[in-house]
Structure formats: structure tokens, C-alpha cells
Design a binder for this molecule. Sequence first.
Ligand SMILES: Cc1cc2nc3c(=O)[nH]c(=O)nc-3n(C[C@H](O)[C@H](O)[C@H](O)COP(=O)(O)OP(=O)(O)OC[C@H]3O[C@@H](n4cnc5c(N)ncnc54)[C@H](O)[C@@H]3O)c2cc1C
Length: 430
Amino acid sequence: MAWDFETDPEFQTELDWMRGFIDTEIIPIESLLEEKSRAEIAPVLEVLRDKVKARGLWGAFLDPALGGQGFGQLKLALMSEQIGRSMFSMLVFGVQAPDSGNMELMAHGATEEQKERWLWPNLRGEITSAFALTEPFNAGADPTKISTTAVRDGDEWVIDGHKWFITNASSADITLVFAETNPENRPHKHASIIVVPAGTPGMDVVRDVGTMSHPRPEFGRPGGHAEVIFRECRVPLDHMIGEPGDGFVLAQKRLGGGRIHHAMRWLGQAQRAFDIMCERAVSRESHGRLLAQHQMIQDYIALSHMEIESARLVCFQTAWKMDRYGAAKVRHELGMVKALVSKTVLAVLDRTIQVCGALGYSTDLPVESWYRGTRFGSIGDGPDELHKSVLARTLLKDHRPVQGWPTEHIPSRRAAAEAKWAELCAQAPS
Ligand SMILES: Cc1cc2nc3c(=O)[nH]c(=O)nc-3n(C[C@H](O)[C@H](O)[C@H](O)COP(=O)(O)OP(=O)(O)OC[C@H]3O[C@@H](n4cnc5c(N)ncnc54)[C@H](O)[C@@H]3O)c2cc1C
């Protein structure tokens, strides 16, 4: 009977190393990063990255067949939980969105020549990438409807369209653009993915949009979410990843394990917030008792722990199933993970702010910024409503309509109950 909740001791050593490294090398400098320029951060990032590379933990998300180390989703989930303790760690470990998803996409769809040009440099951290799907005037939740087009003209694709919220488009070296190439093949074979290098004439990065996380963004800073207009933007034909019409299938590739990694990072953040909440609860008195001795605070703590632990188990089980049966078999569960954990982490962050009172609301603690930064979770990468809808529809496929009373209608089952009773009574010793 295989039912094991323990991590291999060898891999646990790696997780312990990650935890120690993040806690001693990254978390201490975290509060300074916002005020440092890209140029100031770059050499420090290199120092940290070299240590991760030396440990063999760099960019650890691709399957061996795709050029990665092949940790598998369960190990990646455990690693992502550690990385979530400080979101800066994503850059240090080479697993930052949107690069990781783009690399997964290219690993599946790019030619060897395209991999040499874009994938491997991206994986080595020499270039960065953005992914442009969402548009201001079409619902991003429904990518079957986009207005951006790419039309073939001789040996070039000519792209026209308007995108927005494109993470890193103002700083990335390449943007993977999701554009309609085959309108006759709507809804799911009409779009393709085309690589547009930064600085290509006709690609106008208009601005980085202000957000809850960064109300006054600095244009061109990594982590910005850009509005981009393409006007007769021309790139060679060999900039298309995959075949015309492959856009949907390839876009799905970038989301598979990524949803689990996102979720586990959020849970790493939730656990750090939980520790902040507990420390405050055992340190501060109100009405003659520690906060920890007030039952409502105990409720917050117990509830947060229960929610974190249950969400972790759902993530681990989904990761395990994905390793065993493949992404296609757990599609609805990947959405479940995302919709569940995006709420769990916000609930824990919110309770932490509450228990810390004015201090929690203040910028003297990191929790308010985590809250603003993580609120996107239930919107980005398809809103939670959509994932729940896919989940519900998948679950409903296992259910058939009945005529008349429900199957479990007690009066209708009375006769069968009595028959079964009589049968069991007949077997009982007299
Ligand atoms: C921080 C952040 C980073 C992002 N980075 C990128 C990026 O790099 N590249 C990119 O292309 N996009 C990016 N996005 C955009 C993101 O993918 C979209 O915001 C998302 O897909 C939702 O699309 P929308 O914003 O147009 O909302 P809409 O599609 O307009 O949906 C708005 C709301 O309507 C409701 N809704 C929509 N559809 C349904 C439905 N079927 N059932 C029930 N309710 C529904 C939901 O409540 C939803 O939140 C990013 C977004 C954020 C917040």
C-alpha cells in the first residue's frame, strides 16, 4: 500500500538548503530591493544566482526531455513553497514568471534553431521574455476572442493590435505575441505565437500600468505590466513558434505546472505571514491577556493553519497526479489549485494584518505589500470564476439526470431498505 507523506531524505537536504539560503541571504536584503536600481541589483543577483547554480537548483522546472533537470512536479511544488518565502527568490532560482512559462512553451514548440536563439539564453538568464495575450478591449478571460492579427506578407508576419498588462514587456528582450493568423479556424485554432524582439519597429511600449502593487510604476523596471501597441510590426516568418493555429495549445503548455508553482509560492508566503501573526499574538497584551489568549485570535490562528495545510495537500496531490498521469488528466485540478490557494493566501494575509493592528496595516511590516502584490492571484492567468466553472463542468460529467425523485429520496428507498434489512437479519445467528 503506497501512501507516503514523507520527502526523500536526500531531497529534504536540498529543501533545507533552500530554506536556509533564502532566510539568510535573501530575506535580509528584501526590504532594500524596491529602492535599488536595476544596475545595483544586477551584480548582487549574480552572486546569489551563482550559489544556486553551484547547488544544481537553477531553472529547475523543465522536464529532462525538454532540457531541464527533471525534478517532477511534486519536488517542484516543495521547492516553490520555499521560494515563496521571498518572491525575489524566483529571480535568484531562475523560475520567475513569465519567463518560466515562456520557456516551457518554447521547449514544447520551438525549433532547434529557435531554442538556440531564445530558449537557452532565457534559461541561462541572459535574456528575459514577456507573453502578450491580454487586450484592453476584449475579455482576457476568453482568449478565443482577440483583435490582434498577424498577416503574412512575403517572408514576414505583419502584426497589428493592442495588448495590455503584459508583464515585463517594457524590460524584456523578447515578447511572445498571441495573434490571430487563421480567423477561419475559430475558436481554438485561429491564433499563433510570434516572437517580437524588443526594439522592433512598430512595437510601441506605451507605458507600464499602475497597479495595487505598484501604483506609480517606474517605466522599464522588471515586474511592470505594460500596455503595448503593434502597428504594422514586421518580423521574419521564422519568428513563429510552432505552426499557424498552434497558439492555444502552446499557451496551455505554459500554464500546466506553473499553476502549482504559483500556488505553492503563495503558500510559502502565507506561512511566513502566519509566523508573523503568531509572533505578534504571543507578544502583545490586550485587556489583561496576550492576544494569543483571546479566543477570536485563536480562531484566526487555527483557521489559518487548517487552510494552509489543506491547500498544501491539494497542491501536493495534484502535483503527484500530474507526475503520474500528465497535465491533460489534471487540467481541472490545476485550476482548482489556483482558485483555492489564491483565496487561502489572501485570507491568511488579511488575518495577519488584523492581528498586527495598525502595525499590520503599516509599511513597517511586509504584509501589506504582500497583500497588494498577491491580490492579482484570483484575476491573473484566467480569473478564478473560470477555473471553478471548468472544475464544476468536469465534475458534473460524472452525474446523470434522474426522472422523478432523487436517487437518495428516503421514502422511495424504503422498500429496498426493508428488503436489505430482511436479508441481513436472515444471515444473523438466531
Ligand atoms: C498582475 C497581472 C499580471 C498579468 N500578466 C499578464 C501577462 O504577462 N500577459 C498577459 O497576456 N496577460 C497578463 N495579465 C492579464 C490576465 O491574464 C487577465 O487579467 C485575466 O486573464 C483576466 O482578463 P481581464 O483582466 O481582461 O478580465 P475579464 O476577462 O474582463 O474578466 C473580468 C472579470 O469578469 C469575470 N469573468 C470573466 N469571465 C468569466 C466567466 N467565464 N465566468 C464567470 N466570471 C467571469 C471575473 O470576475 C473576472 O475577474 C496579467 C494580469 C495581472 C493582474
